[in-house]
Ligand binder design. Structure first.
Ligand code: NAD
Length: 369
C-alpha cells in the first residue's frame, strides 16, 4: 500500500522544449522524485540538469541507474517507440509523450513488450486528468445533459512553425495535426464517452511545404510529409457519433473545441490541451448557458499522469493515462488515414476500459492511492 511519504524515482529522456513543463509538473507531486535527465545530445542534458538540479546522463547511463523506476520519454515522435522499448528492456516503467508511436505496429510492440516484462506503459496526454476534463466527466455521469447522442471536436490552426524552435518534426511521420494534436482531442472524447468502435475520414495535404516564421528560423522552408487536414466521423461503442476536424491549414474559424450533445442539453468542454475549465452546460429546462464550478483541481500540469502511475505502482491499482488508452487513440488516428485512402469505414479493434474518474476531494499534490 502507498504511504503518504513513499516516493518513486523518475528520470527524463529528451531535454527539449516541453521538458521544463514536466519538471515543474512532477515537482508538484510529492510521490515523484525527479532525479535525472538524458538526451541524445549530451549538452542538452547538461544544460537542463544544471537549470533544475538534476543528474545529467547519457541515455545508456540513465537506463542503467538502478534507482530510477519511471522514465519519462520526451523525445520526438519518431523516436518514441525506440526509446520506450529501450526503457522497458532496462526493466523500467515508461511514460511517453504522445503519440505512443508513429505506427500502430510499433505502438503494439511497446504495449506488448511492457506486458511481457511486467512493467507499466503510460502516455500523454494526461490533460484529461485536470479539473476541466474531470468536471466534464462528472457532469455527464451525473446526467446534466441526459444521454449523450453526439460530439464534435475541432482543432484548427495554422501549425507550429510560427513559434516552435524545432518545427520540422511536426510535418514528418508521427506529426501533422492528427498525431500532434489528435491525442488531446481523441483522449478527451474517450474519457468522456468511452472507446470508439468505427471511424470514417477524409484527409488531405494542402501545402507541400511550410514556411517558418519564428525568430530563429524565419523564412526557412519545411517539407511536408503528412496530411495536414483531417475530417473524421467516430462511432463510439456506447452509441454517440462524433465529428472531428484536425487541421494545420486553417487561419481562422468560429467553431468550438469540443461539445457533447445529450438528450437533455449540451456540454461545452474546455480546451483539452489544458488542465483547466471553463465547462458550460445548456439544459432544456434553463435554455441558457451556465458555467459550472470545477469539481476537481485545475492547478495541475503535465506530470499528473506520471504521478498517477507512481501511485498505481505503490498501491497496485491501474493508472489512467495508460498505454492501452494511448494505443486505442493511435489505432483511431492511423485508421483515419486508412479510411481516407480506402474510401470506407474502418473498424477499431482495441476496446480499452474508459479510464476511472478521479475521486472528489483530493488534496493538492496528491492522487488516490
Ligand atoms: N513543445 C511543446 O509545446 C509540446 C507540448 C506537448 C507535447 N509535446 C511533445 O513532446 C515531445 C517532445 O517535444 P519537444 O517540443 O520538447 O521537442 P524538442 O525537439 O524540443 O525536444 C526533443 C528532445 O529529444 C531529444 N531526442 C531526440 N531523439 C532522441 C533519442 N533517440 N534519444 C534521446 N533523446 C532524443 C532531442 O535531442 C531533443 O532535445 C514530442 O512528442 C511533442 O509532441 C511538446
Amino acid at each position: 500500500m502507498a504511504t503518504s511519504n513513499a516516493k518513486v524515482k523518475v528520470g527524463i529522456i529528451g531535454c527539449g522544449n516541453i521538458a521544463p513543463a514536466y519538471i515543474k509538473g512532477c515537482q508538484a507531486f510529492s510521490v515523484l522524485d525527479l532525479v535525472a535527465c538524458a538526451d541524445i545530445e549530451m549538452e542538452r542534458a547538461e544544460l537542463l540538469a544544471a537549470q533544475y538540479d538534476l543528474k545529467p546522463y547519457t541515455v545508456a547511463g540513465l537506463l542503467t541507474d538502478p534507482d530510477i523506476q519511471i522514465v519519462i520519454n520526451l523525445t520526438i515522435p519518431r523516436a518514441h517507440a525506440e526509446v520506450s522499448l529501450a526503457v522497458i528492456e532496462a526493466g523500467k516503467h515508461v511514460h511517453s509523450e504522445k503519440p505512443l508511436a508513429t505506427t500502430r505496429a510499433d505502438g503494439k510492440k511497446v504495449v506488448e513488450a511492457a506486458k511481457q516484462a511486467g512493467v507499466r506503459v503510460g502516455c500523454a496526454p494526461d490533460t484529461f486528468l485536470g479539473g476541466g476534463g474531470q468536471t466534464c466527466r462528472k457532469l455527464i455521469e451525473d446526467g446534466w445533459i441526459g444521454e449523450p447522442v453526439a460530439a464534435t471536436a475541432f482543432m484548427m490552426g495554422h501549425g507550429p512553425e510560427s513559434w516552435h524552435p524545432n518545427p520540422d518534426f511536426y510535418y514528418q511521420q508521427g506529426g501533422g495535426p492528427l498525431f500532434d494534436m489528435g491525442p488531446y482531442y481523441l483522449t478527451a472524447l474517450v474519457n468522456l464517452l468511452g472507446p470508439v468502435k468505427r471511424v470514417g475520414a477524409t484527409t488531405r495535404m494542402s501545402f507541400l511545404e511550410r514556411i517558418a516564421t519564428s525568430e530563429m528560423h524565419y523564412g526557412r522552408h519545411i517539407p511536408v510529409e503528412v496530411a495536414t487536414h483531417t475530417t473524421a466521423v467516430l462511432d463510439f461503442a456506447s452509441g454517440p457519433v462524433g465529428t472531428a476536424i484536425l487541421s494545420f491549414d486553417i487561419w481562422a474559424h468560429n467553431l468550438p473545441r469540443i461539445e457533447i450533445y445529450g438528450s437533455e442539453g449540451t456540454l461545452s468542454v474546455p480546451d483539452p490541451n489544458t488542465f483547466r475549465g471553463p465547462a458550460s452546460v445548456w439544459r432544456t429546462d434553463e435554455r441558457e448557458w451556465r458555467e459550472m464550478p470545477m469539481t476537481h483541481n485545475v492547478n495541475v500540469g503535465r506530470g499528473i499522469g506520471v504521478a498517477d502511475m507512481a501511485y498505481g505502482l505503490l498501491s497496485g491499482r491501474a493508472h489512467r493515462a495508460s498505454g492501452d488508452l494511448a494505443y486505442h487513440v493511435l489505432e483511431i488516428m492511423e485508421s483515419f488515414d486508412e479510411a481516407s485512402s480506402a474510401g470506407k469505414y474502418v473498424e477499431i479493434e482495441s476496446r480499452p476500459a474508459q479510464p476511472a474518474p478521479l475521486p472528489l476531494g483530493l488534496l493538492p499534490g496528491t492522487l488516490d492511492e
